[in-house]
Design a protein around this ligand. Structure first.
Ligand code: MSP
Length: 681
């Protein structure tokens, strides 16, 4: 039997799960379901990366033993992922004993082959990305200390004894690997990037730290801790039986390794396509067949990240969208390999168009008509006049072609194209129904043959497409499958085992609304409120985690409360009378527009419950789209002396929190209804 092994990166437990993490896991889950459905003996692995200085520091800050801290976050990941019914065969944790023993075994093999030596490391290290930097890779901060290019924070100076991996000896073998196996790095653009990086020459890699304790001890030298990337990358083999007795040990490992598909975000491509194959080669192990780097989900044009505070909260997402809707959107909207912008508006539109109006509508109209005109039993393909017969045959052929094309695209990991193909078939069947008008055919008994041909064709098309889409929409397709009167599970039926017209004579089940249409305005209103609350919670958390952060410059005409000013060591109190001097009122944004040549400012008219709305300017244009703010309730400092900016008068200030290192403004608001002009005290 063919076998297939698919992996996701293991997630750092130094941040809470968000859409970026869920995304890779959903893609891997879909691939695993797809392969199983086509008869592959599939193993799907995901898990968590739990060692390193950063995690040790985070636990310390929370006042928890490190293991307890990581257990908590691992549970958070598992809970956030649980509703999605992931079919992973195992969840690897780098703190598991079998993993630790196996990492040591990999180390020993590489060492025995002469690829690991002891030396002294002197240089710069970022605990956030767990990477060593040379001064050439970085820019210097104000005091001359190099700054991490990714996290924009001062690097730690590290000077210590360290084990090194002879990465420099792998340059030729890596180039040969990339050249001989064009599928090793995908997509093509990423392959070119990595090739030119490796052609530029490779330095030996420091792979142990004495100053880090939370990790795996180096074999026979426990003062040293294994470098987190050596530890983390090994998970892909340790969790399937390499160097331990997990899952049947060596035999199981031999069965599934090398992996067929290792999914990673493009930000961690180098670790997976340079270090990882070199570590494996050093231990005489085969390298994976394909490492596929996907793009990033952006939010507001920037990569979603905890530091920027623009992550999509999985609880909010879960509350409003079915898990199938999220899967559909992730696979169809993001061209796999490229970045994609996430907005709830687009998600709502796509789900309504593709699922409620598309597949959902096709299923419910077909099944309803079988109930109404055929006593709930799928009719045989009846005799009809030549033209209708030809059109029915064309539909059947189009569906067969779409199924074949879907597989071709899916095998190349072109998920969005595969789904486009399936949706063209759905539209085709829908149009066939609309053109043939079965509701008219049902009116005259002599059109019975035509009616039966139309409904039988639509049912068969629906049945085939349901099986095809099972890996992507596992819940909805099972519901449609039941409604079609089928037994067993759609996800377990191989699409190429289906025969046309097999459904004849089946009694359909209950017709349920599978993808109810979402009310865009209502859902968006709720989401905005929930997002504001969850952002406020995150701001609180960031504040606690970044006590030393320097205050950011307040955006013009926006009162910001920099995190650091709240945690200053010396409290400086104001009296209640001082506070009473500030008049804070609820306002509602009536209009919002950009100001020509002022790229930071937005101009608002705001209703404060007064005779006339006020004109207020705010420096938030880089973070908010004006049209989306109309109707929103905000908090305004109402008794601030008017001031002119860019020749325009601003008659107050809008309150916002200042989030993250760049001081991103997040507008303050209310979860409950409040009248315009209400005073805050
Ligand atoms: N622990 C390492 C991986 C070790 S694998 C041996 C790590 N963890 S991570 O939690 O920071 O990131 C895990 C994955 O989530 C990466 O593939 C990363 O690309 C992905 N994503 C994080 N944010 C993302 C988006 N905004 N969009 C899409 N994926 C993103 O790196």
């Amino acid at each position: 039997m063919n076998r297939f092994y698919v992996t996701t990166p293991i997630y750092y437990v130094n941040s809470h799960p968000h859409l970026g993490h869920l995304y890779t896991t959903l893609v891997a889950d879909t691939v695993a379901r797809y392969k199983r459905q086509r008869g592959f003996d599939t193993f799907f692995l995901t898990g968590t990366d739990e060692h390193g200085l950063n995690i040790e520091r985070a636990a310390e800050k929370n006042g928890l033993p490190v293991k307890q801290h990581v257990d908590n976050i691992v549970n958070e990941f598992k809970t956030a992922f649980a509703p999605y019914g992931l079919t992973n065969d195992h969840w690897v944790r780098t703190t598991d004993d079998y993993h630790k023993r196996a990492v040591q075994e990999l180390w020993r093999r590489a060492q025995a082959n002469g690829y690991i030596y002891k030396g002294k490391y002197e240089g710069w290290y970022c605990a956030n990305c767990n990477e060593f930097y040379t001064e050439n890779d970085t820019k210097a901060g104000d005091d001359g200390t190099p700054i991490c290019p990714t996290h924009d924070r001062p690097l730690d100076r590290v000077s210590e004894e360290s084990y090194f991996f002879k990465l420099s000896q792998f340059q030729d073998r890596l180039i040969e690997l990339y050249e001989k196996n064009p599928n090793f790095i995908r997509p093509e653009t990423r392959r070119n990037e990595v090739m030119s990086f490796v052609r530029g020459g490779l330095n030996d890699l420091s792979i142990s730290r004495v100053s880090v304790k939370w990790g795996i001890p180096v074999p026979d030298d426990p003062e040293h801790t294994v470098y987190v990337w050596f530890d983390a990358l090994s998970n892909y083999i340790t969790a399937i039986g390499f160097g331990n007795d997990q899952f049947g040990g060596e035999e199981h490992f031999q069965k599934y390794w090398p992996a067929d598909l290792q999914l990673v975000g493009k930000d961690i491509l180098r670790f997976h396509t340079v270090y990882w194959p070199a570590f494996l080669m050093a231990a005489d192990l085969p390298v994976p067949r394909t490492v596929f780097a996907h793009g990033m989900w952006l939010s507001g044009g920037r990569k979603m990240s905890k530091t920027l505070g623009n992550v999509i909260d999985l609880a909010v997402l879960r509350k409003h969208f079915t898990t199938d809707a999220v899967r559909y959107f992730c696979l169809r909207e993001m061209v796999f390999g490229q970045d994609g912008d996430f907005t709830y508006e687009t998600l709502l539109e796509r789900v309504n168009a593709g699922l409620a109006n598309g597949l959902g509508n096709l299923a419910s109209r077909t099944l309803t008509m079988i109930g109404r005109y055929c006593d709930g039993v799928v009719p045989p393909p009846g005799q009809a006049e030549a033209e209708l017969t030809a059109r029915a045959r064309e539909v059947r052929e189009a569906v067969a072609q779409a199924i074949a094309q879907f597989d071709r695209e899916f095998d190349q990991y072109n998920f969005s194209r595969a789904l486009d193909t399936a949706w063209s078939a759905i539209e085709r069947v829908d149009k066939f129904l609309s053109d043939a008008k079965p509701w008219n055919l049902a009116k005259s008994p002599d059109q019975r043959g035509s009616l039966e041909l139309v409904l039988s064709t639509a049912t068969e098309a629906l049945r085939h497409l349901t099986v095809l889409l099972a890996p992507v929409l596992p819940n909805a397709t099972e519901e449609i499958w039941q409604s079609l009167g089928e037994t067993g599970k759609a996800g377990e039926v191989a699409p190429n085992s289906l025969e046309w017209s097999e459904s004849t004579g089946k009694r359909i089940g209950e017709v349920k609304p599978i993808f109810p249409k979402l009310d865009k305005t209502k859902v968006m209103d709720e989401i905005k409120q929930e997002e504001a609350a969850s952002q406020a919670a995150r701001t609180e958390e960031n504040k606690e985690q970044q006590p030393a952060q320097a205050p950011v410059e307040a955006a013009q005409a926006v009162v910001t409360t920099p995190a650091a000013s709240l945690s200053a060591a010396e409290p400086s109190y104001i009296t209640i009378d001082d506070f009473a001097k500030v008049e804070l009122r609820v306002g509602q944004i009536l209009t919002a527009e950009r100001i020509p040549k002022a790229d930071k400012l937005l101009k608002f008219t705001i209703d404060l419950g007064e005779a006339e709305p006020r004109q207020i300017l705010a420096g938030i244009a880089q973070y908010y789209e004006p049209e989306k703010l109309i109707g929103r309730k905000v908090i305004v400092v109402a008794n601030l002396a008017p001031r002119k900016m860019r020749g325009l008068e601003s008659q107050g200030m809008i309150l916002a929190a200042s989030v993250g290192e760049e001081g991103r403004p997040v507008l303050a608001g209310f979860l409950e209804e409040v009248p315009n002009g209400a005073k805050l005290k």
